[in-house]
Design a protein around this ligand. Structure first.
Ligand code: FAQ
Length: 317
C-alpha cells in the first residue's frame, strides 16, 4: 500500500473540518495564500479608517460622534488582530506594512472612494460593513485557526457598525426632502463599489478554486455578492430608497435578485491604483507611519528593557 503524502494528510484534516494551526505542516502555497489574503485584509481595515475618519470632527451630534469614533477605533483593532494572525505564518508585521506603504500590497478597492457628505457615513456602515460581514461570517469557518478565531470578534463588532450605518440612513431617509436626497445620493455612489468588494466574477478569479479546496474561502465571490444583494435590496426598500441598478429584478425561479453587470474596467482601474482617492489614502498612511515612529521606538525600547530585566533575574536565580 502506498504511503499517504503530507499533502494528502493535510487535505484530509481540512476535509474533516479540523483547523490548521501555526506549527502544523502546510503546503507553501497555502501559507502564501493566507499571508496574501490576511495581510490584504489587515491593510483594508487600516486604510478603511481614513474615509470615515474624515467625518469624526463633523459628526452632527455628540452621540453620532461617539459611535463613529468607536467604530473607527474598532477598525484599527481589526487590523491589529489580522496582522497578528498573519505573523503566526512566519512573516513579520514591519515587512507587511512596508509592502502596503510602497504600493506593492493590495487593499480593498472600496476605500479609494471619497466621503462627500454625512450620508456617506451611513452608507459605509450599511453597505461596506454589510458586505464585509457577509464575507467575514463565512471566514469564521476558514480552515486556518488563528484567522478563523480573529474573525469571530471582528464579526461581532462589524455587526454593530452595520447597524449604526443603517440607523443613520433611516434617520436621513425619514427626514426632510434634502436629507432623503442626501441618503439617495450616498446609496447611488456606494452601491457599486460595495458590490465590487467581493472581487472579480468567479470565472475571472485567480484564487477562488484553490482557496475553496483548502476551505480558506467557504463561498465564491459571486455567491457572496448574490447573498449581499438579496439581503440588502429589501433594506433599501424599507428606507424608501432606490438601488441604482435598472437591471435589478426579483427572479422568482431562482428565488434571488438578478442584477446588472459591474463596471469591471472601473474596478481594475481602482485596484491598480488609479481610483479617485488612491494617492490621497497612501499619502495619509505614509504620514501616519512616519509620525508614529517614536511610538514604535518607545515600545521596542520598553520591550528590550523588560527582556534584559528578565534575563538578570534568571541569572540571579
Ligand atoms: N479590492 O482571485 P481573487 C472591511 C484582488 S474589510 C482590491 O478573487 P481572492 C472592514 C485579489 O486580492 C474589506 N483587490 O482573490 C471595514 C487578487 O489580487 P492578488 C476587505 C481585490 O483573494 C469596513 C485579485 O484581485 N475584506 O471592509 C478586490 O481569492 C468599513 C484576484 O481576486 C477582506 O479582505 C478588491 N475588492 O478573493 C473597514 C476579506 N477583490 O492578491 C473599514 C478577506 C479582489 O492576486 C470600514 N478577503 N482583489 O494580487 C477575501 O475574502 C478575499 O481576499 C477576496 C478576494 C474576496 C477579497
Amino acid at each position: 500500500m502506498q504511503a499517504r503524502s503530507l499533502e494528502q494528510d493535510f487535505q484530509a484534516i481540512i476535509d474533516a473540518e479540523q483547523k490548521i494551526e501555526p506549527k502544523d505542516w502546510m503546503p507553501d502555497q497555502y501559507r502564501k495564500t493566507l499571508i496574501r489574503q490576511i495581510s490584504q485584509h489587515a491593510h483594508s481595515e487600516i486604510v478603511g479608517m481614513l474615509p470615515e475618519g474624515n467625518w469624526i470632527t463633523r459628526a452632527p451630534s455628540l452621540r453620532r460622534k461617539v459611535a463613529l469614533l468607536a467604530k473607527v477605533q474598532d477598525e484599527a483593532g481589526h487590523g491589529l488582530y489580522l496582522y497578528a494572525a498573519a505573523e503566526t505564518l512566519g512573516v513579520d508585521r514591519e515587512t507587511l506594512i512596508q509592502e502596503l506603504l510602497n504600493g506593492r500590497a493590495k487593499y480593498s478597492s472600496v476605500f479609494n472612494y471619497p466621503t462627500l457628505t454625512w450620508a456617506d457615513i451611513g452608507a459605509i456602515g450599511w453597505l461596506v460593513d454589510g458586505a464585509a460581514i457577509m464575507n467575514q461570517v463565512a471566514l469564521c469557518r476558514t480552515s486556518y485557526g488563528p484567522y478563523a478565531r480573529a474573525m469571530v470578534r471582528i464579526c461581532k463588532e462589524e455587526s454593530f457598525h452595520q447597524r449604526q450605518g443603517y440607523e443613520i440612513m433611516l434617520t436621513l431617509a425619514k427626514g426632510s426632502p434634502e436629507q432623503k436626497a442626501m441618503a439617495q445620493d450616498a446609496l447611488n455612489r456606494w452601491w457599486w463599489p460595495a458590490l465590487m468588494m467581493f472581487g472579480p466574477n468567479d470565472k475571472e478569479s485567480a484564487h477562488t478554486e484553490q482557496s475553496m479546496r483548502w476551505r480558506i474561502k467557504r463561498f465564491t465571490n459571486d455567491e457572496l455578492r448574490q447573498k449581499f444583494v438579496d439581503m440588502t435590496v429589501p433594506q433599501a426598500d424599507f428606507l424608501g430608497l432606490t438601488v441604482p441598478d435598472p437591471a435589478l429584478k426579483w427572479n422568482e425561479a431562482r428565488g434571488s435578485y438578478d442584477f446588472g453587470e459591474i463596471n469591471w474596467e472601473e474596478f481594475w482601474n481602482v485596484v491598480k491604483g488609479n481610483g479617485p482617492c488612491n494617492l490621497q489614502r497612501m499619502k495619509a498612511r505614509r504620514k501616519a507611519h512616519e509620525e508614529g515612529a517614536w511610538v514604535r521606538e518607545a515600545a521596542m525600547a520598553y520591550a528590550e528593557k523588560r527582556k534584559q530585566r528578565a534575563e538578570r533575574i534568571e541569572q540571579r536565580a
